[in-house]
Unconditional design. Structure first.
Length: 184
């Protein structure tokens, strides 16, 4: 079934494109939500008449998304979760949790706009992408820590455990090299 897209549809096309889709997808999703019209001469004329209105609406959406992106600047999210000995969480941090914490801070974001490969299931610091508009994405730092811990302290502890491991082999090489020089 050929339809004219009336709005951007992810993985399908941009507004104004004529695409072929399965009849059920068109009848049950695209047409009832007014995301597309059947490809007929009358609907092509209707689309041309609505073009200016849609351009203005898209401009408003984009400016609202830019304002939202600016308001998200500098926000860091911290989640306190219980974890086992190997820093594995009892549960996880999901898109619902991230959207909920943003809502508590006064920023309303749909959880479907939060892009995660999979929920966070361990302690640490992560980067989360928010797709606020199809062309605008914002990256937020997310820290998952134990209750009562500071996110910076967790990052410092991780760095502290990495640094001595790198220094110890150097110290051992010097100690081993010194006795050999003394014997010669």
């Amino acid at each position: 079934m050929k339809v004219i897209l009336n709005d951007y549809v992810e993985h399908l096309g941009e507004r104004g494109q004529t695409v072929t889709v399965k009849p059920g997808y068109a009848r049950n999703y695209l047409l009832p939500k007014r995301l597309a019209y059947l490809d007929t001469p009358g609907n092509r004329r209707l689309f041309q008449q609505e073009q200016k209105t849609w351009e203005e609406m898209d401009l408003k959406r984009r400016s609202a998304a830019e304002q939202l992106a600016a308001s998200l600047e500098g926000i860091e999210l911290v989640f306190e979760r219980r974890a086992g000995e190997n820093d594995v969480l009892f549960g996880s941090v999901t898109t619902h949790d991230i959207a909920g914490q943003l809502a508590e801070r006064g920023v309303e974001v749909d959880k479907r706009r939060v892009i995660l490969a999979s929920p966070f299931k361990e302690l640490g610091s992560f980067q989360v992408t928010l797709q606020v508009h199809r062309d605008i994405a914002v990256t937020l730092p997310v820290h998952v820590v134990r209750p009562g811990e500071e996110p910076r302290a967790a990052a410092t502890e991780e760095a502290a455990t990495v640094q001595p491991a790198a220094e110890e082999p150097v110290a051992q090489e010097v100690v081993e090299a010194a006795p050999q020089d003394a014997e010669a």
